[in-house]
Design a protein around this ligand. Structure first.
Ligand SMILES: *[C@@H]1O[C@H](CO)[C@@H](O)[C@H](O)[C@H]1NC(C)=O
Ligand SMILES: *[C@@H]1O[C@H](CO)[C@@H](O)[C@H](O)[C@H]1NC(C)=O
Ligand SMILES: *[C@@H]1O[C@H](CO)[C@@H](O)[C@H](O)[C@H]1NC(C)=O
Length: 315
């Protein structure tokens, strides 16, 4: 009996020793933990519905489709992960829009300028474009670096911070409300709220680089910060160098209270009788008329297409 136990003990010890030897090389080669990197709670490429209205879906993890591992969002109603850039209200990549009418078009604007994306009586959204001059084309390659949202005399800014090298564990989102920075702890689900007649909220949908902002009864926007990768640079000829990875926003808007007089690059596509001005069916339909949409700064409501504060009655 004693002998048997001893044999068992030796076996256990042997197994432990083998396990330790097996584990040693990997633990000694792992990088020392960086104090600035938050603990990873969110599984990579996964999202979940955080709205408690959707009982069957609330907090259930969903795996992102392989075509959009970083920009997928969860559709709480169907309880499915979807590619946010393919839905009406999307503003992604070198700005590629999906209009309220479902049509896809590009709007290049110009680098280092602001353009009104949506302009309605009580909601105005500008986008700040960053980019590079293309050596071959006569236009800039552009991306949306930040959005300035104006409603009820309030101002909400969601911006991507400039970065040289991309590290998805480091947060690159800069948010401010009425010019005061909002600090959101870097973990999925952390939330900031303000009740200013209507409820304004911003919450993280991943530990870093992804938030959802909502103004109750008005709109909701999902904003994800992504870099231009080496592959994209190669495929599109962006010529991205090591000084700047052109961190920008991939956006998905939902509007709850838009009027039929709404204008702006994206806004106009929500009108009932909107006829697309981009060449639909072209390989890359492009919307022109940039002069109509230029704003003098990120919170200016002075683009020619502006409808802000014009008190239209049409609904
Ligand atoms: C964040 O935004 C504020 C304006 O709200 C700006 O002053 C600040 O420079 C920004 N920080 C970074 C790192 O971009
Ligand atoms: C909805 O739209 C109307 C008309 O533009 C506006 O007066 C009202 O403030 C909007 N509601 C919200 C919650 O923004
Ligand atoms: C790429 O960018 C660098 C620096 O911005 C510039 O010196 C170089 O000429 C560019 N190359 C091409 C092919 O555009």
């Amino acid at each position: 009996m004693l002998k048997k136990l001893n044999l068992f003990g030796v076996l256990v010890l042997a197994i432990f020793t083998i396990l330790i030897i097996l584990c040693l090389p990997s633990s000694s080669s792992a990088a020392a933990p960086d104090k600035n990197i938050p603990p990873v709670v969110t599984p990579r490429g996964r999202v979940r519905c955080r709205s408690s209205q959707y009982k069957g879906c609330h907090l259930l993890w969903q795996r992102c489709p392989s075509t959009c591992p970083t920009t997928c969002v969860v559709d709480c109603a169907t309880c499915k992960p979807v590619c946010g850039c393919n839905y009406p209200g999307a503003v992604c990549q070198d700005p590629r829009f999906v209009g309220g009418d479902g049509n896809i078009f590009h709007f290049h604007g110009r680098k280092d300028r602001d353009f009104c994306l949506v302009s309605d009586d009580n909601l105005h959204i500008n986008g700040h474009f960053i980019g590079k001059r293309s050596p071959i084309m006569t236009r800039d390659f552009t991306w949306v670096q930040s959005i300035g949202i104006i409603f009820n005399n309030h101002k909400l800014l969601i911006a991507a911070k400039t970065a040289a090298k991309w590290d998805d564990n480091i947060d690159h989102i800069n948010i401010s409300f009425d010019h005061n920075p909002i600090s959101l702890p870097t973990h999925e689900g952390s939330m900031w709220q303000s009740r200013i007649g209507t409820l304004v909220s911003v919450s993280r949908t991943r530990n870093t680089n992804a938030v959802v902002a909502e103004v109750a009864g008005s709109f909701r926007v999902s904003a994800i910060v992504v870099p231009i990768t080496k592959e994209e640079s190669k495929v599109h000829g962006y010529n991205i160098t090591d000084e700047n990875c052109f961190a920008h926003l991939e956006l998905g808007f939902k509007f709850y209270n838009i009027s039929d007089m709404v204008d702006g690059v994206l806004g106009q596509t929500y009108r009932k009788n909107y006829v697309s001005k981009a060449k639909i069916g072209a390989k890359m339909p492009v919307l022109g008329g940039a002069h109509k949409f230029v704003s003098s700064n990120i919170f200016a409501t002075d683009c020619l297409a502006s409808r802000f504060g014009k008190n239209v009655v049409l609904k």
